[in-house]
Structures are given as structure tokens and as C-alpha cells.
Write a protein that binds this ligand. Structure first.
Ligand SMILES: *Cc1c(COP(=O)(O)O)cnc(C)c1O
Length: 489
């Protein structure tokens, strides 16, 4: 046993070393100034930055700069490492020229919400620990629930993204399945060919990959063919299976198609299926007039997910799940722990920890709530309206250039390709993407549907405007000229 009088000097010594973590007011001011100088210079130079830069030859040979070792570094040298080795390499999602993938942008005021949440570090997982934080998040969930047309008894959760939100929704659906039979190998799950792969991941994680999984073919607009769906459900029932879950897209990631939600919802009701709508990409278009028309019937869903880090332009790290009847969310997630006996009280609001797999978690509501309060809803809606119109503009203009197009865009994705007079069309279109990516001012992506290599235009950034779309049209025209010239020789 160490005598108590020897303990005290040892305690003091470690106390002094450990004090380095409690930064003084002066140091805080200076750190914050350096960080904000960097983020300011990043944002101010953003219009001139490339949207895509291959790591390639720029890769340096100081790979161990990221390794954690003893010793300290100055904030200045740390920032210069971030600048050199992270920012400016690969994809640049905050750029308005990012027209290739859906999640993009990152509004500044959301970062301020994150900053405050991290400094004040409220315990947002449990109502008892931070009634205010939980009330704020529940208010966001109520706002989104109202947006999709839910009335009461719903429950939801702010998750880290759409994939986890899908996982939570499917774990709730699984609880509903238990009332049908306890043998999940007889449950049937109906997806479409454009279901996001996070749904397949969620099926695997929830153990529902043992279910019978039906992939219903698409119609010519890349939407689920509901006639084939109904035929398949009837057939499955006749064979003694238990149709359980129907998944729809409210905006597929690949082609932006919105499934016929109303028809699918009514079919789900008729055959008593759980109807899940993956609106990770398209959900917030409910803030627009045309979006509401496109997404008609979304309220029929038993569970819905939306990604504020897509449709509300937040930085990565926020997906929302809402379940029409909260009891299934509770059934899937609620557990008691002895040391939590003070935490739950029946007359309080439900806590995120009762409705999701997480316990301790980031107070992520603030990054969404603060911007909505500061800016109001209107500029978010306006940005989405603008993206719908830009997409239609692009769709018309790219046809004028001689490109072929996929279906009329339901939301803000266009697929298109060029049919060259001679040579392989897929190779030709692959070269177009490569040319635009090599230039780097803009970024577009590609996909393959029915063995056809397609170019993808996806607009969902609050920084994407007419000038970017016009620049893309110019670049496509240039690419055609160059490629046609070289194939004529
Ligand atoms: C992006 C997306 C997801 C996955 O969401 P993450 O936030 O990337 O995890 C799921 N479904 C659809 C339709 C999506 O567009």
C-alpha cells in the first residue's frame, strides 16, 4: 500500500501534466483565430478550387505524418498538413461544380451548430440528462414528420446518415414481422433494382437476409413496375410465404427516379406489408411544389428516411428515420440497464437512446436546427426549386447538343449518353467522363444500366448555379468536338 502522503505528490504531478487538455482563454482565442483563418481562406478560394483532383503524382512520401506519436505539433503545422494532404485532393464536395454525386455542399452555419454542441457537450442521448437537447431534436423530428404527412404516434431518430437510418427503419419492420410468424425464412421482402445498397446491408445486419428477397423489375422510367409487384405478392402468398416488407425509392440515387408511392402504399395496405420509403435523396423536395406532387403518397409509408446532409445541404453526418407507429421503434431498440435506472420516466419525452442503437452520441440536432432558425425554411426551399429547374434546363440543353437522354428527370438527376457515328458508344462516353474529370473544374459521374454506360448529372448543392450548368454544357460540347475529330482520323 502506498501511504497517503506519498499519493498526493504523485497525484499533483499527473494533474500538472494533464492540465494541458484544459486550454486557457488566451490559447483558445489564438487557436480559434488560426482555425478560422484557414476555413476562411478555404471558403474564399472555393470558387477557384478544382472540384476533382486525382491524388496521382501529388502523393508525397511523408505518409507517417498522420501517425500518432509522442510529442506535440503546433496548430499551424497541423493545419498545413490538412491543407496539403487532405483538402485539395480527391473530390471537393463543397464545390458548386460537384455535379456527380448526390451528397454535397455543407452549409457553414451547420458547422457552427456542431462547434457549439461539441463545446457545451450536452448529453443528447437521454432526456433526463439533457431535456433541452432531446426536446430540440424531437422538434426537428416533428417538423420532418409533418412534412411527410404523419399525424401522431410517430417516432423518429437523428442518425449519422441514411444507411444507419435505413438500418433502424428495417429493424422496426422486423418487429412488425414477428406478429406474422416467427420464421423469417418465410418472410418476403420486395425491393426494386434501384434500391440503395444500404438496404441490402441493413437486411444483412438485421438477419433479414434469410428472408426471400424479390427484386421487382423497373418500368421504362426506372420506377418499380407495380403490376409485376402485385403479381409477385399474389404468387408468394399462394405458395404459403409471408410478404412482409416493401421498399420504395423517393428518388433513387442512381437515376433520381421516384417510385409510384401512392400505388405501392395502397398495395402494401391491401396485402398488409410494411411500406418503407427511402427518401434519403429526394425527401426534402417536399419543400417544393413539384416535389410534393412527385412524392404524393409518401405519407402511406410505415417508415421513411431522409438525409439532411443531402437535401438540406448539411455537412456529412445526419440522416433521419421516422416510423409511423413509434411502438415498433421502441420494440426494436429499448433496453434497460441497471445503471440507467434514474434515466427514464414515463411522462417525459422519449429519448434517442430508446429509439436507436446509440446511447452516448453527438448532439447532432443542433447542426440542423441552428441553420433552420437562422436562415428560415425559405432559402432551403428556394435552393431545391432552383435545382429542379436547373436539371430541366440541363435536360433540354444536352439534347440540343445531340446527346441521348434517359427519362424526364423526376427530381435532379439526368442520365445521358452520346451515340457516336462509328466506334463503341460505351468507350466514347467513358472518354467524355475522363475528359471532364481530368479538367477538374467540374465533376460528373457515370453509371451502367442495361449494359449501357451512362453519364450522370446530379444537382443538389446550394452552391450549384446556372454558371456551373452552362460550363458543363460547354465542356460537353468541347469533348464531343475533340473526340469526334480523333475518331475521324
Ligand atoms: C445516399 C443514400 C442512402 C445512404 O445514405 P448515407 O447518408 O450515404 O448513408 C440511402 N438511400 C438513398 C436513396 C440514398 O440516396
Amino acid at each position: 500500500m502506498i501511504p497517503v502522503n506519498k499519493l498526493i505528490p504523485a497525484i499533483r504531478q499527473f494533474e500538472n501534466q494533464g492540465r494541458a487538455l484544459e486550454v486557457s482563454a488566451d490559447e483558445r482565442a489564438s487557436l480559434l483565430q488560426t482555425v478560422s483563418q484557414y476555413t476562411e481562406s478555404f471558403l474564399n478560394s472555393l470558387p477557384k478550387q478544382k472540384t476533382y483532383e486525382k491524388e496521382g503524382h501529388r502523393r508525397l512520401h511523408d505518409d507517417d505524418a498522420f501517425e500518432i506519436k509522442n510529442g506535440t505539433k503546433s496548430i499551424g503545422s497541423i493545419i498545413s498538413l490538412l491543407q496539403k494532404r487532405i483538402d485539395g485532393i480527391g473530390l471537393n464536395p463543397p464545390s458548386g461544380g460537384q455535379l456527380g454525386y448526390i451528397p454535397t455542399g455543407g452549409i457553414y452555419t451547420a458547422a457552427l451548430g456542431d462547434y457549439i454542441a461539441a463545446v457545451t457537450n450536452r448529453y443528447a442521448g437521454v432526456f433526463y440528462a439533457s431535456p433541452g437537447a432531446v426536446r430540440l431534436e424531437n422538434a426537428l423530428i416533428r417538423w420532418v414528420a409533418k412534412l411527410v404527412g404523419y399525424k401522431e404516434n410517430f417516432g423518429g431518430n437523428l442518425a449519422s446518415g441514411g444507411s444507419i437510418a435505413n438500418l433502424i427503419a428495417l429493424s422496426a419492420a422486423r418487429e412488425a414481422g414477428k406478429s406474422k410468424t416467427n420464421d423469417p425464412t418465410t418472410w418476403v421482402v420486395y425491393l426494386c433494382q434501384q434500391s440503395h445498397h444500404s438496404i441490402l446491408k441493413a437486411l444483412k445486419i438485421t438477419g433479414m437476409d434469410v428472408c426471400v428477397i424479390r427484386e421487382i423489375p423497373l418500368d421504362e422510367n426506372y420506377r418499380m413496375d407495380t403490376r409485376l409487384l402485385r403479381k409477385q405478392i399474389r404468387k408468394d402468398k399462394k405458395e404459403g410465404l409471408h410478404p412482409l416488407l416493401l421498399c420504395a425509392n423517393a428518388g433513387s440515387t442512381d437515376v433520381g427516379a421516384v417510385d409510384p408511392l401512392e400505388e405501392m402504399g395502397n398495395t402494401a395496405k391491401e396485402f398488409k406489408l410494411w411500406f418503407h420509403v427511402d427518401a434519403a435523396y429526394g425527401g426534402f423536395f417536399l419543400l417544393t411544389k413539384d416535389g410534393r406532387e412527385q412524392l404524393k403518397g409518401i405519407h402511406l409509408a410505415d417508415s421513411i428516411i431522409l438525409d439532411p446532409h443531402k437535401g438540406l445541404f448539411l455537412p456529412y453526418g445526419l440522416g433521419i428515420v421516422i416510423v409511423k407507429d413509434v411502438k415498433y421503434l421502441l420494440a426494436a431498440n429499448n433496453f434497460d440497464a441497471n445503471y440507467m435506472q434514474d434515466a427514464f420516466n414515463a411522462d417525459e419525452e422519449l429519448s434517442p437512446s430508446q429509439l436507436s442503437p446509440e446511447l452516448s452520441r453527438h448532439f447532432r440536432g443542433l447542426r440542423m436546427w441552428l441553420p433552420l432558425k437562422l436562415h428560415g425554411i425559405k432559402p432551403f426551399a428556394a435552393n431545391l426549386e432552383e435545382k429542379l429547374l436547373l436539371t430541366r434546363y440541363f435536360y433540354e440543353k444536352v439534347k440540343e447538343l445531340g446527346f441521348q437522354t434517359g427519362p424526364w428527370p423526376d427530381l435532379s438527376v439526368v442520365t445521358f449518353w452520346y451515340e457516336p457515328a462509328n466506334g463503341n458508344a460505351n468507350d466514347f462516353n467513358r472518354k467524355i467522363v475522363a475528359q471532364i474529370q481530368n479538367d477538374g473544374r467540374l465533376f460528373i459521374s457515370s453509371t451502367t444500366i442495361n449494359n449501357r454506360f451512362l453519364l450522370r448529372f446530379a444537382a443538389l448543392s446550394f452552391r450549384t448555379h446556372l454558371q456551373h450548368v452552362n460550363l458543363l454544357l460547354e465542356q460537353l460540347e468541347d469533348a464531343l468536338r475533340i473526340l469526334q475529330k480523333s475518331s475521324n482520323h
